[in-house]
Design a protein around this ligand. Structure first.
Ligand code: PMV
Length: 362
């Protein structure tokens, strides 16, 4: 597969107006993507759990316009016009226009809403960009002479999502998605995410993710800046190799149900991501004191019980608490009694593994 494969061959018709709606979830990386080359090509492969509850619902309405000099769109979040979202969408449109040559010929209205509060500190770029990409591919497919298969559709949606926000390409399907070439995973690609089809032990099915909102503020470092800091990073080369090794180790843990190895890899990946930020120039500490309080309490709880609860982090202070479904009751009790006091306004979100985006039939 190359980028050229995503350029449409011919459209059989034009559609005057209409709309498409999709709900697309967020995802949480187990092996992290941190560092990219041009055109949103990742420096290393990553693997994620697709989430279920945390998602963005987007309706894309379109009508044919007279002139086709520039993009014409309006964007609304929860019914409110968002001028400040425009530059990001404009950049996205520029990047994907070669794969969707109709972009300048329509007036678009993008109406979007998130299942989680916008101010929660949870990045909506993965769910938001993938939901928009899915709507656009629906229009692309509706006009195409040869209709896409389900796999082709998902691949193109993932490919375009990647150009909006790298990790968004892992939100189209579930429950585990790999993005980036890995020697042991057939079909893995730097261009789009694929469903992880290797054997997965039942203990990893229906995994739970409780997201502890430690800091709901604006991100201290945008992911664009963060990825760029890996360019001259003294430990980058070794880190990128380590991600390959960690995926291999996770693959055997998934197969055998070795949850202890899973915990080792997932927690180490989270801390490595933050270590990369602490050792870049300029350097950043994105964890907060409460992030460390939570991590220490998880470790203490695990040491004093049979629990297999663990944590991962994204590029911020919030903590994703991961645990098998069989521990749901006890883990939630522990979280409520001991961890939520470290969250901003005791705010947390309970989520679990999900199975990808869904079309919304209007
Ligand atoms: O998709 P981006 O460019 O916002 O990068 C996200 C990177 C991490 O969330 C920190 C890790 C990952 O693999 O999702």
């Amino acid at each position: 597969m190359t980028e050229e494969n995503f350029i449409p061959k011919a459209y059989c018709k034009t559609i005057e107006n209409g709309s498409f709606s999709w709900a697309s979830p967020s995802n949480i990386a187990l092996v992290k993507y941190w560092g990219k080359k041009d055109h949103q090509i990742p420096e290393n492969p990553s693997i994620s759990f697709t989430l279920d509850y945390c998602k963005t619902a987007t309706t894309l309405s379109f009508s044919k316009k007279e002139t086709s000099e520039d993009y014409a769109f309006e964007i609304f979040l929860d019914g409110e016009k968002k001028e400040d979202f425009k530059p990001k969408i404009n950049t996205f449109f520029k990047r994907i226009e070669v794969y969707l040559p109709f972009l300048k010929t329509y007036q678009f209205k993008i109406e979007t809403s998130n299942s989680f509060p916008h101010s929660s500190g949870i990045a909506s770029s993965a769910s938001g960009m993938s939901a928009l990409a899915l709507c656009l591919v629906s229009l692309d497919n509706a006009m195409s002479t040869v209709k896409m298969s389900q796999d082709e559709f998902n691949q193109k949606a993932s490919f375009l999502s990647r150009l909006g926000s790298g990790s968004a390409c892992r939100s189209i399907e579930g429950d585990l998605v790999v993005w980036g070439e890995h020697a042991q995973i057939n079909g893995s690609s730097n261009l789009f995410g694929i469903k992880y089809e290797h054997e997965v032990h039942p203990v990893f099915k229906k995994f739970q993710d409780t997201i502890l909102l430690v800091d709901k503020g604006e991100k201290q470092v945008s992911s664009t800046v963060g990825h760029n800091l890996m360019h001259d990073h003294p430990f980058a080369k070794r880190r990128f190799e380590q991600a390959h090794d960690n995926i291999s180790k996770l693959m055997s843990a998934f197969k055998t149900g070795d949850i202890n190895t899973f915990i080792d890899i997932v927690e180490s990946e989270a801390l490595t991501l933050h270590a990369m930020m602490m050792t870049s120039m300029p350097y950043f500490i994105l964890m907060k004191p409460n992030t460390l309080e939570i991590i220490n309490k998880i470790w203490a709880y695990r040491a004093n019980s049979e629990s297999k609860i663990c944590f991962t982090l994204d590029a911020g202070a919030n903590v994703h608490v991961l645990y098998p479904e069989r521990e749901k009751e006890s883990a939630l009790k522990f979280i409520k009694h001991e961890l939520i006091e470290h969250c901003q306004n005791e705010h947390y979100i309970t989520d679990q593994i999900g199975f990808g985006a869904k079309a919304i039939i209007n």
